[in-house]
Design a protein around this ligand. Structure first.
Ligand code: FAD
Length: 304
């Protein structure tokens, strides 16, 4: 019997591109772990790897340090995240120039969350960039950068409705963004409906699904409640009772993420962005399943 699903996925594998997101580590020990992750994922030849950006000088310096190390020690293409939070236009412009001098050609441009924390009203910094669209405009003005922005399949919690939310995405694209990466989601129908809305609004850039492998279900529930992502009851049911059983939790997480990604491939999605949480295991396994493998392994297979 022919497995048509597998055959279609094998055809699709050649067209699939992946990217990986990391956060800058806080300690030397965590830096070592991140580096193991980078080395494990690098042979998969991602289109780019991105490094998040936080509030506060030390966090920002850690982003710069991580991006510099990726540029200096790997062949990976880093994308630096950048936010408008707590910085004047001049300060943000200096950061952009520093990244550009380092050799950074890609950015993920974000407004960011209020310094007081998610849920507080966002107030632009005096004489700062006011939102993601404003920052995209500044980046496009500074140089010929590849600019990604955020997108929210379940709408951003601050947006009163989808029309307002998608209008912001349109402004970001009109100002020069060439790709949107979504907040994580678990229901592929929600993503598909969102992409339809976006296309109806005349936005044609790729809407790359952000995939969050569930390393820790209770942590994901906390993240989700902060960023307006819905955790479906079926997902909670899959992880129910596994709090004290990390090995089974990990197996279930791999199955859940693989199922989500394989279904998106079936729906024609070709680009995936993985929120790695600085861990390689689940993204590596999922990439393996969709045919993204180290080149040596692919060559061996072709020769066999
Ligand atoms: P924007 O795109 O500017 O706006 C988001 C929504 O909020 C819009 O749809 C708009 O309707 C509404 N909105 C914006 N401004 C206003 C306003 N003045 N009044 C009313 N409504 C408004 N955070 C970090 O701190 N560092 C990171 O590195 C980081 N990386 C991320 C990467 C991705 C792919 C995603 C999806 C999110 C990331 N975030 C990061 C989180 C992000 O900063 C938050 O979601 C933040 O609340 C919104 O930033 P944004 O760029 O999406 O905002």
């Amino acid at each position: 019997m022919t497995n048509y699903r597998f055959a279609r996925q094998a055809d699709a594998a050649e067209k699939i591109r992946v990217s990986f997101e990391f956060f800058p580590p806080k300690t030397d020990e965590l830096a070592g772990k991140l580096w193991e992750t980078v080395e494990r994922l690098a042979p998969l030849k991602p289109a780019f790897v991105s490094v998040t950006y936080g509030a506060g000088g030390s966090t920002r310096e850690r982003t710069a340090h991580t991006v510099r190390r990726i540029l200096g020690e790997t062949e990976l293409m880093p994308a630096a995240h950048l936010t408008c939070v707590d910085a004047s236009r001049e300060q943000v412009d200096t950061v952009i120039a520093e990244f550009a001098d380092m050799g950074v050609k890609r950015f993920v441009a974000l407004r960011g969350d209020p310094v007081e924390g998610v849920g507080a009203a966002y107030r632009p910094y005096p004489n700062g960039y006011i939102n993601g669209a404003d920052l995209v405009g500044a980046l496009a003005h500074h140089g010929d950068f590849d600019i990604s922005v955020s997108a929210y399949p379940e709408k951003h919690p601050e947006s009163p409705d989808f029309a307002t939310d998608i209008d912001m995405l349109k402004r970001k694209v009109d100002n020069g963004a060439t790709r949107a990466i979504t907040q994580f989601f678990f229901d592929n129908d929600v993503y598909e409906r969102y992409v339809e809305r976006v296309r109806r609004a005349g936005i044609y850039v790729p809407i790359v699904p952000g995939i969050l492998p569930v390393h820790n279900f209770s942590q994901v529930v906390r993240f989700a409640s902060r960023c307006g992502a819905h955790v479906p009851a079926w997902l909670a049911e899959r992880f129910r009772g596994l709090e004290g059983d990390p090995a089974t939790h990990q197996l279930v997480a791999a199955a859940v993420a693989a199922e989500q990604v394989l279904d998106l491939v079936e729906r024609g999605v070709t680009d995936f962005h993985f929120y790695t949480m600085n861990r390689a295991d689940l993204p590596f396994a999922i990439c393996h399943m969709i045919g993204i493998r180290p080149p040596a392994e692919n060559a061996q297979q072709a020769a066999a």
